[in-house]
Design a protein around this ligand. Structure first.
Ligand code: SF4
Ligand code: SF4
Length: 342
């Protein structure tokens, strides 16, 4: 699961969760349930030591299995009471047996769950019956590019493993894709026809500060990609790329402090304790080149002025502060009930 694919969180759900923020909880959390991944994508950032700052690399982090993992994830959800949980990795399907227990527990408790995966393993048919469970499947562009990067999770494997499910197809646009004319037309012609694909999402590659790799898009390439994707929307209605998200991509948050998404969606590493900061990407991401879909959507909404006066971003910041105070009071006083059904 590409380190940038984990940003697959619905913006609408985050705003619906505003009340959660006011009471000191989070609308959404992201949990890396394992550090294991059978793929070896070139340039994978997930395993670099910088990602966790001075706290060591992902490989050096303890992780849980079996009942300990199930209990740990459910305890995190009870503590933070999110409306939405993203289950990410590594590759989350490496913990199939644990997911088989925890997914019904979470969805039955009313928590919306999204498993973000490379679909390197077959998604069990019985999971399609769980209300509130969805899948974001990562695809790295056209077949030749994807297969070269993601084997053994090739196009054929993905198509086989998502059979019987409705998934969101998520592609992180890189500079290499942006430089090839007609790339997204071809990509969408293939995936839009698949009955298993419910929607198609596009994020843009977000570099670390000072990164100069072929994946990074220049400002001109970035604008060109967004124009091309916007123009493709009428022909490929499965593309979900609202104008608000495009506006956010064109003018991302200036820093993590300005990023409502980073504040509202804590990401936990495989030890189920370490918070990945400043956002799910970790390290020192270049916010001015951010291509994270929910961050872009919330940035646009954040710039919107409530009653024509206060930017939503300021209200969100004040809400977070108020929520943190509420949380402190709660900790100091009586313990209130969490999502105890989980
Ligand atoms: S799928 Fe695995 S190897 Fe590839 S980018 Fe994601 S975590 Fe890294
Ligand atoms: S704006 Fe910065 S902090 Fe927010 S998601 Fe993008 S890279 Fe992360």
């Amino acid at each position: 699961m590409a380190s940038q694919d984990r940003m697959a969180i619905p913006v609408g759900d985050l705003f619906r969760g505003w009340g959660r923020v006011l009471t000191g909880y989070c609308p959404s959390i992201s949990i890396e349930i394992t550090r294991e991944c059978p793929l070896h994508c070139p340039g994978c950032y997930a395993y670099t030591p910088e990602r966790f700052h001075s706290r060591g690399s992902m490989q050096s982090m303890p992780e849980y299995r079996g009942q300990a993992l199930i209990d740990g994830v459910l305890a995190l959800v009870r503590e933070h009471r999110p409306l939405h949980v993203s289950i990410v990795g590594g590759e989350p399907l490496m913990r199939m047996r644990e997911l088989d227990v925890m997914l019904p527990r979470l969805t039955e408790a009313g928590v919306a769950v999204r498993v973000v995966t490379s679909a390197v393993r077959e998604i069990p048919a019985c999971w399609s019956r769980l209300d509130g469970l969805s899948f974001a499947v990562s695809v790295d562009g056209l077949e030749a590019d994807h297969n070269a990067r993601r084997a053994p999770a090739t196009y054929d494997t993905v198509l086989h493993n998502i059979q019987g499910h409705s998934v969101i197809l998520h592609c992180v646009v890189t500079g290499q894709m942006a430089r090839r004319p007609g790339y997204f037309d071809e990509f969408l012609a293939f995936w839009s026809e698949r009955p298993e694909v419910l929607r198609v999402w596009f994020s843009l590659y977000t570099p670390q500060i000072g990164e100069h790799t072929p994946e990074v898009l220049s400002p001109k390439e970035r604008a060109g990609v967004l124009e091309a994707l916007a123009a493709l929307r009428p022909r490929f209605p499965k593309v979900e790329l609202p104008d608000a998200v495009i506006a956010g991509y064109l003018e991302p948050p200036a820093s993590p402090r300005e990023c409502v998404f980073a504040r509202w969606v804590p990401a936990f590493a495989a030890d189920l304790v370490t918070r990945i900061t400043p956002c799910q990407l970790g390290g020192d991401p270049d916010c001015l080149q951010c291509g994270c879909m929910p961050a872009a959507g919330l940035k646009s909404l954040g710039d919107y002025r409530l009653l024509g006066l206060l930017p939503v971003r300021s209200v969100a910041r004040a809400s977070t502060a108020l929520g943190e105070t509420t949380r402190r009071w709660r900790r100091d006083g009586t313990r209130d009930r969490g999502v105890s059904e989980v």
